[in-house]
Design a protein around this ligand. Structure first.
Ligand code: NAP
Length: 444
């Protein structure tokens, strides 16, 4: 039997691997000419160890029965109906690409940006290359208490020489080196014990060269560490920061809690950011409740890092409220609860944007178990075109599709460009260049 997996990020690769193990032939698709999803476009450039997980995915790609088609967009080049005609099983693994909105006045002023866009920009995602970020402010505010907020704070203050040695997109290396930011304030709407940071990430802030980390002792003093071990450890780390003597590094990261954004301030309706108005909260049963007090923090840059949202593609059943594919345990469902035969979801578009890369391995196992169950029950039976016929269809539907060999050529090109500079790679960031390198042609 033949399966299509849509999205070549971690969830897509773990699913492809397990489907191959269960005897399926697998075609793995991605909208970009490059594989690896958030490992390439999300993980911060100064975290190369996390990225080494791609070696596992490269092993999957070597297995018989595996094919990759990059640069093929579901909903544009190919449709849901076409996939269902050609594959016994179709698994959606396309992640959550939009940002959650705060829904407050001033959210879209110049100088207020969504984390999703900033992350895509510094990681060289082809659709974010031409975006512009004004980094001339001395003080930046990052809203949200997750690991993405921590990535953003680090990226804004990382020593330019350290950044230049990474695979950060060249345009971002240049602009971040010129950035004027001296202070980043990370804001949580709840308390230190409710933050979604993981321990190594929170600890890493305190190890940055030339950066002091500040926490107001009054904010952590009475906090009793309770809950999950990660939260308990977070509170201990934050207490450690609060006890640090005030440093003289010049640049600093301050963590502030129990503050919800009410308005992003600036002149008129569309003047640049000059500050942020906040409600001061207290905790009630773990929830943030406004005390009625307010505070204004002056700043010229706001990054909104409050989580990602899924987007509906084609007519795949979609739960608007959760912004995820409508599914039960990975089987795609209609609104009336009936399963859509042969369609499955995995990863963030199935369960929401949570967990680390490895979380997707178990998630893929759960979805693949449903595929195998349906196959055993005869629910996937029926004639489908073979691999050759499918390749022919694709060569007319998406003539520029990049194969695995094409990706290997891109990879080789990027690595060789990085080598003389001691960098893991220099990323190609334009679609035309990626396609050209994927065909072994000259890159402009
Ligand atoms: P996240 O962990 O879900 O954090 C989102 C944060 O936004 C939470 O602190 C949440 O607070 C806050 N928030 C939500 N709505 C808000 C609002 N209206 N106003 C103020 N604050 C609001 O999401 P993320 O940081 O985007 O990360 C996504 C996933 O990727 C996470 O599982 C994360 O661990 C993972 N990740 C891992 C790494 C790493 O391992 N190095 C790096 C980056 C990302 P509440 O808790 O109060 O809702």
């Amino acid at each position: 039997m033949r399966a299509a997996v849509i999205g070549a990020g971690p969830a897509g690769f773990y699913t492809a691997d397990q489907l191959l193990g269960a005897g399926f032939e697998v075609d793995l698709f991605d909208a970009l000419p490059t594989p690896f999803g958030l490992v390439r476009s999300g993980v911060a450039p100064d975290h190369p160890k996390i990225k080494s997980v791609t070696r596992v995915y490269e092993k999957t790609a070597k297995k018989p029965g595996f094919r990759f088609f990059g640069g093929v967009k579901l909903g544009e080049d190919i449709s849901r109906a076409e996939l269902l005609e050609r594959y016994h099983a179709v698994v959606y693994a396309f992640g959550t690409m939009d940002d959650n909105r705060l829904g407050i006045p001033g959210e879209d002023r110049p100088g207020s940006y969504a984390a999703t866009r900033f992350v895509a920009w510094y990681n060289g995602h082809p659709e974010a290359v031409d975006e512009e970020f004004d980094l001339s402010a001395q003080r930046a505010v990052v809203i949200g208490n997750g690991n993405v907020a921590i990535d953003l704070a680090r990226m804004l203050l990382l020593d330019p020489e350290e950044l230049a040695a990474t695979d950060c997109a060249d345009h971002a290396v240049r602009e971040l080196a010129e950035a004027q930011v001296q202070e980043v304030i990370i804001l949580g709407r709840r308390g230190p014990a409710q933050a979604a940071f993981t321990n190594p990430e929170l600890r890493e802030l305190g190890e940055m060269t030339g950066v002091d980390v500040q926490v107001d002792p009054a904010e952590v003093e009475g906090v009793v560490p309770e809950g999950e071990p990660t939260q308990i450890r977070n509170v201990e780390i934050l207490k450690g920061y609060a006890a640090r003597p005030s440093g003289s590094a010049g640049r600093r990261i301050s963590l502030k809690f129990l503050r919800s954004p009410l308005e992003i301030l600036g002149d008129g309706d569309d003047g640049p950011v000059t500050g942020i108005r906040l409600a001061i909260n207290r905790l009630e049963d773990g929830r943030a409740v406004p005390t009625g007090d307010e505070e204004v923090i002056g700043c010229g840059l706001v990054l909104r890092s409050i989580g990602y949202r899924g987007r509906q593609i084609d007519d795949i059943p979609f739960d608007e409220r959760r912004a995820l594919i409508r599914n039960e345990g990975g089987r795609v469902h209609q609104e009336d609860g009936s399963p859509c035969s042969g369609e499955y979801a995995v990863g963030w578009i199935k369960r929401g944007p949570s967990g680390v890369i490895g979380t997707n391995k178990k998630d893929a196992a759960d979805t693949v178990a449903k595929v195998v169950e349906d196959r055993e029950a005869g629910r996937l039976d029926g004639e489908r075109p073979d691999a050759e016929d499918t390749a022919e269809w694709l060569s007319s539907a998406a003539p520029d599709a990049v194969t695995w060999e094409g990706w290997q050529a891109i990879d080789e090109y990027e690595r060789s460009a990085g080598e003389p500079h001691g960098r893991p790679r220099v990323k190609l960031v334009r679609l035309t260049d990626l396609m050209a390198a994927g065909r072994g042609s000259r890159v402009s």
